[in-house]
Design a binder for this molecule. Sequence first.
Ligand code: ADP
Ligand code: MG
Length: 318
Amino acid sequence: MTFLRLTGIQKAYQEGIPVLQDFSVSIPKGQILGLIGESGSGKSTLLKIIAGLENRDLGEVFLEDQRVKNPKETLVPGHEEIQLVHQEYQLYPNSTVSENIGRPLLLFDQDYRQKRLHFLLDLFGLKPYQNMLPRQLSGGQQQKVAIARALSMEPKVLLLDEPFSSLDSIQTRELIDELREMFRLLDVTVLFVTHELTHALQLSDELLILRKGKIIQKGFAEDIYAKPKTIYAAKLFTHLNAIPDKAKQYIRPSAIKLLRSNGIPAKVVNKIYLASHNQLTVNLNHKKNQWIVEDRSRKFELGDRIFLKYNEADVLIF
Ligand code: ADP
Ligand code: MG
């Protein structure tokens, strides 16, 4: 029995314009899967369908072999074991952190509610803020409140739609570190959407790359990096340099050696300081070709003539 299973999901809001096409995937229990795709590729639609909050035209969603109903088949849309945190997570502005997190538990008995609430406040490091209002918290803390609220009823599956889109890069990095540990501890299965590959790499066990409503690749990051099936998947990781006179052949900046002599002659025309290296733009001689290369020893300057080398084994062919 697979834990969460989608089979042949098809969805179009307007006839003839499919948003999801023949989408099938199985997700094991406890996995954190990062879903990457550009804006409009159907990511939010997919999450809503999994949560039973949007009708699908074809296909099925199963959680532990229990079928998730379409909204049109039920009076109360949604599935209590599957919780979705929307991109604009709406916290109640006039309710405290505790009230926001405990809200879904109002119908449960007092004892359980208090226990669960305090467990989550502790786990998320929100105890000191429990009596504050959302606007008194940082963006990262607000996002934690939204996630804690979604986890209050102990769902088996947590769906996060672009959870970091309103946070800055430091807040995001810190939140990701915390979330990864919490998800492991809770053994919750997580599907989260992002358009930032780095976030997906930091948080997920596996990646699923979506393009125009179709899965183009699924697997471990290192496998997709080593053998991207499409140029789109490859470009998510790094820039690709087109090899002159060889159609559909590319080399990554990181695979190119920079030398003072012997190799493909080039001239440095731009230099950008990055945290781990200088990124150089170089013009290849006799060609109207520009490449991006990495100067890890930061020894080349604008205008320098340099020579480039790479191994054939590192060439990507599509
Ligand atoms: P993503 O989350 O990857 O940006 P969405 O699932 O939000 O993609 O949207 C996919 C496509 O479906 C887009 O072209 C969007 O305009 C369209 N779409 C999304 N929701 C609706 C809706 N409720 N009605 C009509 N079209 C929609
Ligand atoms: Mg979206």
